[in-house]
Design a protein around this ligand. Structure first.
Ligand SMILES: [Zn+2]
Length: 339
């Protein structure tokens, strides 16, 4: 199964680049910047990655992000992730980054975007992995802060390239921060030619998924697993083939589900939803795309046909143009025939 999953061409659509910071790299960056980490070793740091909920994870996540200080750091982080993704058969990535996490600490947006983009372009050149970059707003901060960040990013876009960002997203603490808070920001982003996605229905209720669709006009729902609480919404998601970027290991680590056997991914897939498998913050949640596919394959007894469908969904849900999507669908057909 591991070989089969690796050979399937896949897109990863829910990946926070800051969440790929492995303890080994954290120690290297800490040494580079003269920072003392509150852990005795790489192992001790990894052991600390036990979370009771989304907020307890975010506290450690923001502490890790503080080690990212210049373009070289962002380049190294992104390159390491892309190497791993490529080894696992990921052919296309749509990466989230959180500008506010860095600009609030005084790191220039140019350094963040410059470092990530140079790594993305190098990986495309060296191993053919294609990409989109998605600028996410931290929903626990104000809408005014998000709007100022968007305007800053649009000015930066003018100086880099029209295609530097493909979409805007919404992440961080969900509960108590409904999508409606950011309606005007997302409207401005759409006017500027950007697509939209949003985290919804992870810790927040099904209503947030509905709001993300209606108010933010999103093209995908990130997570979305709590849609099951509203049968009419589930039917709508299936009818519209609205993609859900599900992150199984993340859901277990953050106690959205108690154990992988209790995950609703297979049920949603069987209901005709465009479910995809992604790694969210792989350094913190114990696995990249391959490990997430393997976890649901074993936990939910998925067949090869199910895995193939998950790979197809990831291509369908991507922002790749139709011709490129058809090319990857044909490549998936080929792997399926070979078994
Ligand atoms: Zn996420």
């Amino acid at each position: 199964m591991e070989g089969f999953i690796t050979r399937l061409p896949k897109a990863e659509l829910h990946l926070h680049i800051e969440g790929t910071l492995e303890p080994e790299m954290a120690f290297a960056l800490a040494a580079r910047h003269g920072v003392t980490l509150p852990y005795a070793s790489v192992e001790a740091m990894r052991d600390a990655y036990r979370f009771s909920d989304l907020q307890s994870f975010l506290d450690i996540y923001y502490a890790g992000a503080d080690l990212l200080r210049d373009a070289a750091d962002f380049h190294a982080l992104t390159s390491a992730y892309l190497r791993k993704a490529h080894q696992q058969g990921v052919v296309h990535v749509e990466i989230f980054f959180d500008p506010q996490t860095h600009t609030q600490r005084g790191v220039p947006l140019e350094s963040v975007v410059g470092g990530i983009r140079s790594a993305l372009l190098a990986a495309e050149r060296d191993c053919g992995i294609t990409h989109r970059l998605i600028l996410c707003f931290l929903r626990h901060l104000s809408a005014e802060d998000a709007m100022a960040t968007l305007e800053q990013a649009l000015r930066l876009r003018d100086s880099i390239s029209a295609d530097v960002f493909s979409a805007v997203g919404l992440d961080s603490s969900e509960a108590g921060h409904p999508p409606g808070k950011f309606t005007a920001v997302f409207e401005r982003a759409r006017q500027a030619g950007l697509l939209a996605v949003a985290h919804a229905g992870e810790e927040g209720p099904a209503q947030y998924i509905h709001d993300a669709l209606e108010l933010l006009k999103v093209r995908r729902i990130d997570h979305g697993v709590r849609c099951e609480e509203d049968p009419a919404l589930v039917r709508r998601l299936a009818r519209e083939r609205m993609p859900l970027t599900v992150c199984p290991l993340s859901n277990i680590k953050l106690h959205v589900f108690d154990r992988i056997e209790a995950h609703n991914l297979k049920r949603l897939l069987d209901l005709g939803l465009c479910v995809t498998v992604n790694s969210d913050d792989p350094a913190y949640f114990g696995g990249y795309v391959l490990e997430n596919y393997l976890a649901v394959q074993r936990g939910l007894d998925l067949s090869k046909a199910d895995l193939e469908l998950l790979a197809r969904n990831s291509i369908e849900a991507s922002f790749l143009p139709p011709a490129q999507q058809r090319r990857w669908m044909a490549a998936i057909d080929q792997v399926a025939r070979e078994g």
